[in-house]
Design a protein around this ligand. Structure first.
Ligand SMILES: [Cu+2]
Length: 185
């Protein structure tokens, strides 16, 4: 390969990497589903789905099995991870009843994902010190998010990433071609 081709090749590779970096996280950010696992031999398992809403809030839907029927159980978002949980409540969630809880949290999903957070459930109001389930709130790999259907921010953000990536690609290619012409002249 002739040395003057390297400028164009480099620009092409750089733009492709930028394109993938922009398109990936934007499509993966919303919604996310995390696993909740048992603590203290509770046998409780399930999921929490966090969806960023257009108004900067996040809807949190928890669905777990293994709770005693009809007993309301406190559940919260805390700072830290399940292994290093900050005991003070960051965002309270609606009490779990029969394993179900739906809450609108006054924080964007982006902000929640910006630092370590975890969802933990407590045995009951009377035995709140007993943790019975926990799950770390972490973003997923892009492959775990459906590309169509479902609605939400992911669909409105994805075209922006494509446009941004496409623009960068065009600029980088133009730059590469210009450098080729300069060297050829
Ligand atoms: Cu808690």
């Amino acid at each position: 390969m002739k040395i003057r081709h390297f400028g164009a090749l480099f620009a092409l590779i750089l733009s492709m990497v930028t394109f993938i970096a922009l398109a990936g996280p934007a499509a993966a950010a919303n919604p996310i589903t995390i696993q909740l696992g048992p603590q203290n031999n509770s046998g409780i398992n399930g999921t929490a789905t966090l969806t960023e809403m257009a108004n900067g809030q996040t809807q949190v839907v928890v669905n777990v099995t293994g709770f005693q029927a009809g007993v309301p159980s406190p559940i919260h978002i805390h700072e830290g991870t399940c292994a290093t949980l900050n005991p003070s409540v960051k965002f309270p969630l609606t009490n779990l009843v029969n394993g179900q809880s739906t809450t609108m949290v006054n924080a964007s999903l982006t902000a929640i994902l910006g630092q370590p957070h975890a969802i933990n459930a407590h045995k009951s109001a009377q035995e709140a010190s007993v943790y019975v389930a926990c799950g770390n709130i972490t973003a997923q790999a892009p492959t775990a998010v459906p590309r169509s259907g479902g609605g939400g921010m992911a669909e409105s953000n994805a075209p922006l990433a494509w446009i941004a990536g496409g623009t960068l690609l065009a600029v980088a290619l133009a730059g590469g071609l210009l450098s080729l012409r300069r060297r050829a002249a």
